[in-house]
Design a protein around this ligand. Structure first.
Ligand SMILES: Cc1cc2nc3c(=O)[nH]c(=O)nc-3n(C[C@H](O)[C@H](O)[C@H](O)COP(=O)(O)OP(=O)(O)OC[C@H]3O[C@@H](n4cnc5c(N)ncnc54)[C@H](O)[C@@H]3O)c2cc1C
Length: 432
């Protein structure tokens, strides 16, 4: 009997956890052929991107090679970018892979599936604001985070030559005070202090000016007010200039223009104001929302096709209170588990179970300075406010939990030891 084939597209926070579990439980026992498709050769946990963007984390040390990981976890890896689904023939199409000179390395390919899972994440939403695509950095992928880091280092170098300074202070404008904007703002101060200690002496945190611009009346508008207030205070203490109730209407080579016509000149501009699913999802022939998220049932199956599952940031999954599951790593983690059980149920002809999101709380990291957040207490769902070292510890444990899901306990414990050693052996940030 031929094994059913499950193809998972997108090896991110949710997809890699799912494929690891499928590979270990079904792939290794030859009960199913498990295939992971990702456009990148390596995985990096997305909530680390702001640390990669400032160099406080070296992506080379934390990235996971899909090819290497697949060998030990019972699945196969195919590098490629999904751009089409033929639901009748049950095949997906991957774009041709071309090198930097435009030479085709691998032509467009098709892969057959019995079950298809879409977990392709999200991208920043510029809401069509003029100039943003051309003049702002986005921090959506390791590639973009690295591009920001290079530009940041060059800007810092330029600043060290008084003749080449464009402003008396090095000015960074961040649009969007959600988790990405807030964490990046704090991380920039951490990075400037470290760079100062590594010889960028022209720059210190007193010469860095970070503007955080938010259209809502407070920072972290999606999180409880108490967290928002605490984070606001911490950011101001660091020196971040916060502009709430301020809508950016244009970006240009000089910086930003706000709705009341005020210009804000910047040396570096970042857009982190909201997310949407990748636009290609709306061209696959399955129902999507206006923000391109795949419309799924609570069981994570597409409303049009019960052979197609979608979860994580790219799916609009309804909840009993009529809200949608929020686009967060903890939601992708919980959905990966549910998707695994529902795939198995579908293969065995059993009924699928609805996914219910359990909010375990929210934590915001403010570089090495602080972390602030809340944890949910059991079934009562009452939240417990935490900050300082304890919050930092819980924040770090989120990544360790992801590592446990993809590497297991022993390898994760080894990684903790290696990370500790690296703190002594290597510079505290990536400097090249
Ligand atoms: C800077 C930053 C900080 C964050 N901090 C937090 C936090 O503290 N807590 C929290 O809960 N959440 C946080 N988030 C949100 C969290 O990262 C996402 O909700 C989570 O990663 C979503 O997981 P996912 O599996 O849906 O997608 P992702 O993790 O984004 O993975 C998507 C994968 O799909 C691949 N892919 C995309 N398109 C294609 C294609 N066409 N073909 C093939 N492969 C494709 C990508 O390469 C990627 O590997 C943060 C996000 C950012 C950017």
């Amino acid at each position: 009997m031929t094994q059913p084939r499950i193809v998972v597209v997108g090896g991110g926070a949710g997809g890699l956890e799912l494929v690891t579990r499928l590979g270990r439980k079904l792939g290794k026992r030859q009960r199913a052929d498990i295939v992971l498709v990702d456009r990148n050769p390596t995985h990096i946990w997305k909530p680390l991107l702001h640390e990669i963007a400032t160099g406080t984390l070296d992506s080379g040390l934390d990235e996971v090679s899909y090819q290497g990981h697949s060998k030990h976890n019972g699945y196969r890896f195919q590098r490629g970018t999904l751009n089409g689904i033929d639901r009748e023939a049950r095949t997906i199409t991957l774009e041709a892979i071309v090198d930097d000179d435009g030479t085709v390395v691998l032509p467009a390919r098709q892969i057959e599936y019995d079950y298809l899972v879409l977990s392709v994440g999200s991208v920043s939403n510029d809401f069509g604001t003029p100039g943003v695509a051309d003049h702002c950095h986005f921090i959506d992928s390791p590639h973009q985070a690295e591009a920001f880091r290079q530009d940041m280092l060059n800007t810092f170098l330029r600043y060290s030559d008084p003749e080449r300074r464009t402003h008396p202070k090095l000015t960074v404008g961040l649009v969007g005070a959600g988790a990405t904007g807030v964490e990046l703002a704090a991380e920039l101060f951490g990075a400037s202090r470290m760079l100062h200690s590594y010889g960028f002496t022209a720059l210190d945190s007193g010469k860095l000016e970070v503007h955080l611009i938010e259209a809502a009346p407070r920072v972290l508008p999606a999180l409880p007010e108490r967290i928002s207030r605490a984070v606001h205070g911490e950011l101001e203490r660091l020196g971040v200039k916060i502009h709430v109730d301020t809508r950016v209407t244009e970006a240009n080579e000089h910086g930003f223009i706000t709705a009341d016509g005020e210009p804000l000149e910047t040396d570096l501009s970042v857009w982190a104001a909201g997310i949407r699913a990748p636009a290609f999802l709306s061209e696959l022939g399955i129902a999507t929302e206006r923000n391109h998220q795949v419309k799924v049932n609570q069981t994570l199956t597409s409303v049009d096709d019960d052979r197609i599952f979608a979860f994580g940031d790219c799916a609009a999954c309804p909840q009993p209170d009529d809200k949608r599951v929020p686009p967060r790593a903890q939601a992708a983690h919980q959905q990966a588990t549910q998707c695994y059980h529902n795939l198995r149920a579908a293969m065995d002809g059993k009924p699928l179970k609805p996914f219910v999101f359990h909010d375990r709380g929210s934590l915001i990291s403010l570089a090495h300075f602080e972390a602030v957040g809340s944890l949910m207490r059991g079934a009562s769902a009452r939240s417990l406010f935490i900050e300082g070292r304890l919050a930092k510890l819980f924040y770090a444990s989120l990544y360790r939990m992801h590592q446990m899901a993809i590497h297991g306990l022993f390898k994760t414990a080894m990684t903790v030891v290696v990370d500790g050693l690296n703190r002594y052996l290597r510079p505290k940030m990536k400097l090249h």
